[in-house]
Design a binder for this molecule. Sequence first.
Ligand SMILES: Nc1ncnc2c1ncn2[C@@H]1O[C@H](COP(=O)(O)OP(=O)(O)OP(=O)(O)O)[C@@H](O)[C@H]1O
Ligand SMILES: [Mg+2]
Length: 83
Amino acid sequence: MVWGAMATFGLINQKGGVGKTTLALGIAAALARDGAKVLLIDADGQGTASDWGNIRGDNPAPFRIVGMARANMARDAISLAAD
Ligand SMILES: Nc1ncnc2c1ncn2[C@@H]1O[C@H](COP(=O)(O)OP(=O)(O)OP(=O)(O)O)[C@@H](O)[C@H]1O
Ligand SMILES: [Mg+2]
């Protein structure tokens, strides 16, 4: 698959612990496997996705994960996504 444009995915539910982070990681992995250049931004102070990336050690995720649980996220995400 050819990826020309930037896509944004929202996995949204008010309830905690329903699998939002797990789904986000799975979708990111599937997109990366299909050849997309994926940047996963963890904007949750819990840092669950960042933790997942960190514990992989010598077997890194096939996509970048950055933790940005601050108000600068909206601005800085755009410059990060420029690549
Ligand atoms: N399809 C699934 N089947 C079984 N367990 C799952 C499934 N999806 C997620 N889980 C488990 O449920 C727990 C909560 O998942 P996850 O952290 O993805 O939820 P969340 O919606 O991101 O939570 P939070 O609101 O705290 O951010 C985790 O232990 C995860 O491993
Ligand atoms: Mg979560």
